[in-house]
Ligand binder design. Structure first.
Ligand SMILES: Nc1ncnc2c1ncn2[C@@H]1O[C@H](COP(=O)(O)OP(=O)(O)OP(=O)(O)O)[C@@H](O)[C@H]1O
Length: 922
């Protein structure tokens, strides 16, 4: 019986999900009536009861069948979790947030056109002052307030309705006869004030039409039983194998082995890079495999036909096809505030006999619980790291202690530039990787760092290295432990305050640290430490903590649900519909959460005024763009306009829109802009697979993307210089001039070409001055040469120029630009910091005595940080030059800098800068 009801329910839900995108208003009405009739009205009570039974029954069923293996594999005792499930189901609660503010009252006009006034004929004339009195008494009746609340009116809405109702009663030339008679009876004391309530509520429904359909809206937005959403999948016998282990433990390797052995399979990864890697590996292993990401489709079969294996990003999972094996990678991301829903959907909906989920152990209990609910068998396989990872007892403290294979991890771009400046000032070649970089550029940077023959041995990166890249890292150095963390979803979609800067979590720390000493790479042993001495105990503490349990899975409404909302609330914009959905949807908050909709609501708001069908608008609103990138957002709106006008966005239109072509970037802002442009090209491709009639120039845009990647790569190679140029154009111009003034013939003589023709061509171009130095401040346009030959030549030429720079004493001082100087000043101030100057590891306390230069300062009765006498003395010492005498322990590089400084008036700048820093500190 339960099974039967379950199927009926699922069929209805499936039916909702199958709605066609081209439905007219009439279609909606018809379909919605059917759905409401079958699902909500006719069977409402039965279904609710049956689903309650189901959720009680399912755990029992599991205990009998598939979960023996889970027990055998030391999963958490099922009993406690079963209790948890039942409790969670019992605790299902509606989102508490009041949604009334989203519903805007419509206008109900008083009746002015009358032919006859039946009410007047039957009940006599009504005095306005009497009507007013009745309404005042009505307002004060407590019963009325309670009943109105029960009818869905909160106090704000109640007041709105009362004002409108009063206006209607007082300004209408004739009232509806029944209302007229009721008012007349009340005035004559033949009835009570609260007898007006039905008339009042009728008026309320006209003012707030959603009150009519609130129950329906609640049913449509009921997300309490996602495990019942995929009827065909539920009919399958599935086995979920959870591969749990830290990074670099070989868990994905084992899962992928099964994927490649299978007759048909699907791999769902968190990143395009990972999907691409699996696609390449599988095809290389002799098994054809397709690649499907939001922006790309590649078919591995003969003549470009789809094959039986597919690697995709998790959002692109195919829930229609049957597979023997599915792999869902990084399953702990099911808790991700933005993307978690995609893992939930893949886990609950994939039609595969074996589902291999890989991730850290934190989500194993949740996945086990969800498989109880879906009736799937569950097995846990645990893995240990393949190589040792040691937390060091010493922090790095100085850039002079860097070694080949070091990777600095920063959590913002400023820190990246700071580290880069310092490393490059010491002559290191550095690769850099951060999140907004195009994937191809990330791969090139990773290849540079991994190449044993490349001089680049140090990597500076954000936590973007945590996933998807194979890197030969020996030691991970956390430059900082503070990161902007996205907080749990705000129900009204307002994301403004939903992020905070906090220490990284244990899971994040492990994911990043785990990159050190990767199995099968140059470094067998991995090490992890911090840059700052004060961070090391914090890191140790973070890594010591148990992994935060993943207790809830993300959910997301479907386009169909939003469409049904639109049918019920035709006067509301898409962004309002999303907000209303979020505010009234029901969710089992014990196991699920609603993913962050701020981004979608925001994009929806941006295009709400453009006339396109709701389904298309919703698809546009789910575009994978970052709303903080204004350039991308403006192109996004333009794309929607083209769609609205049914106009094809050609490559020429696109080029004009993004102001193609581009020069090699001259500063970091330009790099960032080009990265935004890359995102626009990505957006075009993403839209091309959703609106192929409008965004048709896929191949052309792909080529543009490749070219742009090359340009960005050239920029990123010089990113620290570009950053300095952002800070000091003066410095850049000096460098520019110097390179320009190099004797061109001297440079050409330095090239050693294997190919004489190329050599001659290049020489010719250089002599004709058609090819210039490829420094970041110039653009070099290949005129006659083949692109690859040209870029080889240019890179050789660049290398030579860089070598020249390095051997050139003047260029050394040039490299110490403002930003690098600043960091050196800070270092000097650090050095002069009281605790260091006396060689203490501990911070000085009240009463300690300290020495700077030849002066002794007492910190008696004062906190040293605020010790005015210390600061004054320091200033004095700077001014009279003593401080330079007391600088010991500085590196060779710095000694050079110092002598450079001594010989120039920069010394004064040093004093000034230190003073400035001290003033800021004060
Ligand atoms: N049995 C094995 N034989 C050969 N290589 C292996 C084996 N197990 C793992 N590797 C290699 O070790 C590296 C790490 O393995 P894998 O990617 O599976 O780790 P993981 O636990 O999934 O970690 P992460 O989540 O960091 O990717 C990969 O390069 C993989 O190819």
């Amino acid at each position: 019986m339960n099974r039967c009801c379950n199927k009926l329910l699922l069929k209805n839900l499936n039916f909702l999900q199958c709605l066609n995108s081209n439905l007219t208003q009439k279609d909606y009405r018809v379909l919605s009536t059917i759905v409401q009739y079958s699902l909500f009205d006719k069977h409402k009570i039965t279904f609710n009861e049956q689903t309650r039974h189901l959720s009680r029954d399912i755990p029992k069923k599991h205990q009998k069948t598939g979960h023996k293996s889970a027990k055998n594999n030391n999963t958490t005792s099922s009993n406690s979790r079963l209790n948890g499930i039942t409790k969670n189901n019992a605790n299902q609660k509606e989102n508490a947030k009041d949604s009334s503010d989203i519903f805007k009252p419509l206008e109900v006009k008083p009746i002015t056109n009358i032919e006859e006034d039946i009410g007047f004929e039957l009940g006599g004339k009504l005095e306005k002052s009497e009507i007013n009195k009745v309404l005042i008494n009505f307002r004060q009746d407590e019963k009325v307030l309670i009943l109105a609340q029960e009818a869905g009116l909160n106090s704000r809405m109640f007041n709105d309705v009362l004002l409108s109702f009063r206006r209607f009663c007082l300004q209408s030339k004739a009232l509806p006869p029944d209302l007229h008679i009721k008012l007349s009876d009340i005035i004559k004391k033949a009835a009570k004030e609260n007898d007006l309530l039905p008339y009042f509520l009728k008026h309320a429904h006209e003012l707030f039409p959603h009150l009519h359909c609130m129950e329906d809206l609640k049913h449509i937005s009921d997300l309490t039983e996602p495990s019942f959403w995929y009827l065909e999948t539920r009919e399958m016998k599935r086995k979920i194998i959870y591969h749990a282990g830290p990074t670099n433990s070989g868990k994905t390797y084992s899962a992928l082995k099964r994927f490649q052995e299978s007759t048909s399979g699907i791999y769902c990864g968190p990143l395009k890079l990972l999907a691409n890697e699996v696609y390449i590996k599988t095809n290389n292993s002799g098994r054809t495999c397709d690649l499907v990401t939001g922006e790309e489709r590649k078919f591995g079969g003969e003549d470009g036909k789809p094959s039986d294996h597919m690697a995709c990003t998790v959002e692109m999972v195919n829930l229609e096809k049957n597979y023997e094996v599915a792999v869902i990678d990084e399953i702990q991301m099911i808790r991700d505030q933005q993307r978690g829903w995609a893992w939930t959907r893949a886990l609950l909906g994939i039609k595969a006999q074996e589902i291999h989920v890989c991730g850290d152990i934190s989500a194993s209990d949740l996945i086990s619980d969800l498989s109880f609910l879906t009736g799937d068998e569950f097995e846990l396989k645990s893995y240990d790291r393949l190589t040792p990872l040691t937390i060091m007892d010493k922090s790095l403290e100085s850039y002079d202690n860097v070694e080949p294979g070091d990777c600095f991890v920063c959590f913002n771009k400023n820190d990246i530039y700071n580290v880069l400046n310092n490393l490059e000032a010491r002559g290191h070649e550095v690769a850099v990787i951060y999140g907004s970089m195009p994937p191809g550029v990330k791969l090139s940077q990773a290849a540079r760092f991994n190449d044993p023959n490349d001089k680049c041995k140090i990597l500076v990166a954000t936590d973007a290295i945590g996933m998807g890249l194979n890197l030969n890292i020996r030691r991970v150095i956390f430059y900082s432990l503070r990161k902007v963390q996205l907080k749990e979803n705000k129900i009204d979609g307002d994301e403004k305050d939903s992020s905070e800067i906090e220490n990284i979590t244990t899971s994040q720390a492990l994911q990043i640290a785990g990159r050190a000493g990767r199995f099968n790479t140059a470094f067998k042993d991995g090490f992890v430490t911090t840059f700052k001495i004060s961070d090391l105990p914090v890191l140790k503490d973070i890594l010591k903590q148990p992994l935060e349990k993943t207790t809830r899975a993300g959910l997301h409404p479907t386009a169909e649900q939003i469409e049904l909302f639109a049918y019920h609330l035709p006067n509301h914009s898409l962004s309002d519909l999303i907000k209303i959905f979020m505010s009234i949807c029901k969710i089992d908050s014990g196991q699920y959460f609603l993913c962050n909709f701020g981004e979608i609501a925001y994009l929806a708001e941006m295009i709400d005024h453009i006339p396109i069908k709701l389904r298309a608008k919703y698809t546009f609103a789910t575009s994978p763009i970052n709303r903080k990138q204004t350039f991308v957002c403006s192109c996004f709106v333009k794309f929607v306009r083209y769609y609205s006008n049914n106009e094809i966005v050609t490559d020429e239109i696109l080029k004009k829109m993004i102001e193609w072509p581009f020069k090699i970037p001259q500063n970091v802002n330009e790099v960032a802009h080009l990265e935004s442009v890359y995102d626009v090209l990505d957006l075009y491709l993403w839209l091309a697979y959703r609106f192929p009639d409008i965004f048709t120039y896929i191949e052309e845009v792909k080529l543009m993307r490749i070219e742009l990647e090359r340009i960005i790569y050239e920029g990123v190679k010089n990113i620290s210089i570009l950053n300095q140029s952002g800070n000091s154009t003066r410095h850049l111009m000096r460098r520019h001039k110097r390179i320009e003034n190099q004797n061109m013939s001297q440079i050409t003589n330095m090239f050693t070409f294997n190919n004489n023709n190329n050599n001659n061509q290049m020489k010719q171009l250089i002599t004709e001055n058609k090819v210039k130095s490829n420094s970041p401040i110039e653009q070099t346009t290949p005129i006659k040469l083949d692109k690859i030959v040209f870029s080889n030549l240019i890179s050789k030429k660049d290398q030579k120029i860089e070598e020249l720079n390095r051997s050139d004493e003047e260029s050394k001082s040039d490299k110490v630009d403002e930003a690098a100087m600043k960091s050196k000043y800070r270092k000097l101030v650090d050095y002069l910091n009281i605790s260091k100057s006396v060689g203490d590891k501990q911070k000085k306390k009240k009463g300690d005595r300290i020495t700077i230069g030849n002066k002794e300062i007492s910190s008696k009765n004062e906190n040293l940080d605020n010790n005015a006498s210390y600061k004054n003395t320091l200033k004095e010492l700077i001014e009279n030059g003593t401080i330079e005498m007391s600088l010991k322990g500085i590196t060779k590089n710095e000694a050079k800098t110092k002598s450079d400084l001594k010989n120039s008036n920069e010394k004064d700048n040093l004093s000034l800068a230190i003073k400035k820093i001290l003033e800021t500190k004060t």
